[in-house]
Design a protein around this ligand. Structure first.
Ligand SMILES: Cc1cc2nc3c(=O)[nH]c(=O)nc-3n(C[C@H](O)[C@H](O)[C@H](O)COP(=O)(O)O)c2cc1C
Length: 370
């Protein structure tokens, strides 16, 4: 049996294989009215197709815990029951196909208040004041307001409330988005965190927001359901590259992972970058996998690798060699929702197409009218 198609158990959840659908913002949520931030038919087809395509776990895109934490007005949100209910149909369908359902929670912080990426001009349609650890802008974006400690507490509480809604909606996995330059990452990195209170300065202080979010979420997220944390393992600045600017490093990430493991995080989903717009990133096949491998080797935690994993043999090698416990695929699954079946065929695994589609894949000759 291939390693890629071996089930994995995390807490009370067994996931059928290790081909996982990475969270991908669709900018397709309800933008206005009482269902603002709710999932739509677009989300249903987005997940239904990949569940039929055989992924073991499908992770719903970055979903904001507050209204001002959205990156755009078309983002999913999870601060009320209407939004939670909008996911039930998707979750039921995923389960009917043997696919586990995950959701990624985010607060965009200083990267909020943009538009759909394909909109024209400045792509800002409806602006609001963004917030962040410090009033330091990302690239050419407007400067965020510095969060007071009282507002930090409110944001942490919002993560817990969203976790409660995710629990009630029936999600199997919750992932905290601690990567790509969003709020949790903004606290971790010295690029964006210039605070002088207990949330800034030393690495331990910069990690405080992340750990408090984890603690708060764990009070609402059931003991038997796994909690993932997506990290940007490096800012690709000093410590990991020749760029002299101080940043969050791969060594910082190993220390963070050890702390998160002790607080109830079950898997680190390992990405990189996103805190500065101009880091030099050596992009290539599996370019982030070595960070997943290092975290896995140096902590007790399982990891998942993401980033330019497109080839079945490559994915199999990552899991088989123990560099990571699973792979997340993003763009390749947009190109081919049936990638998991293609990989299974390539690796000599039994095909598990739903019976409704079996005739397309059997070797019987096609007979007109049958
Ligand atoms: C359309 C699109 C939307 C994305 N949205 C998210 C997101 O909501 N959360 C996240 O953590 N990463 C997001 N990403 C990043 C992917 O999850 C993934 O980490 C990245 O695309 C690298 O993997 P790939 O080479 O398989 O595409 C997005 C990527 C794409 C292409």
């Amino acid at each position: 049996m291939s390693a890629l198609f071996e089930p994995i158990t995390l807490r009370g959840l067994t996931i059928e294989n290790r081909v996982w659908m990475s969270p991908m913002m669709q900018f397709a949520a309800e933008p206005t009215g009482p269902a603002t931030g709710a999932a739509t038919d677009w989300h249903f087809q987005h997940f239904a197709a990949r569940a039929v395509g055989g992924v073991g776990l499908a992770m719903v895109e970055a979903t904001s815990v507050t209204e001002d934490g959205r990156s755009s007005e078309y983002d999913l949100g999870l601060w009320n029951g209407v939004q939670a209910d909008s996911h039930r149909r998707v979750i039921d369908f995923l389960h009917s196909q043997g696919t586990a359902a995950g959701i990624q929670l985010v607060h965009a912080g200083r990267k909020g208040s943009t538009g759909r990426p394909w909109s024209s001009g400045s792509h800002i349609e409806q602006q609001w004041q963004t917030v962040a650890p410090s009033s330091v802008a990302f690239g050419g974006m407007p400067a965020p307001a510095e969060l007071t400690t009282a507002r930090i507490t409110q944001v942490i509480d919002a993560f817990a409330t969203s976790a409660m809604h995710a629990r009630d909606a029936g999600f199997d996995v919750l992932e905290l988005h601690g990567a790509h330059g969003y709020l949790i990452h903004q606290f971790l990195s010295p690029v964006s965190n210039q605070r002088t209170d207990e949330y800034g300065g030393s690495r331990a202080n910069r990690m405080r927001f992340a750990t408090e979010v984890v603690d708060a979420v764990r009070t609402q997220w059931p003991e038997d359901r796994p909690l993932f944390f997506r990290v940007s393992a490096t800012d690709w600045l000093s410590g990991d590259t020749d760029d002299p600017r101080p940043g969050w490093t791969s060594e910082d990430t190993v220390q963070l992972a050890a702390v998160l493991a002790a607080r109830g995080v079950d898997l680190i989903d390992v990405s990189t970058g996103g805190i500065v717009p101009d880091a030099h990133i050596p992009v290539g096949p599996g370019y982030q996998t070595r960070f997943a491998a290092e975290i896995r080797r140096r902590t007790s935690l399982p990891t998942a690798s993401v980033g330019l994993i497109t080839d079945p043999a490559q994915a199999e090698a990552i899991v088989q060699s123990g560099e990571a416990d699973a792979v997340f695929l993003a763009r390749e699954l947009l190109r081919d929702p049936y990638w998991a079946h293609r990989a299974a065929r390539h690796l000599g695994e039994p095909l598990r197409y739903p019976p409704n589609y079996a005739r397309a894949f059997s070797h019987r000759p096609v007979v007109a009218g049958r």
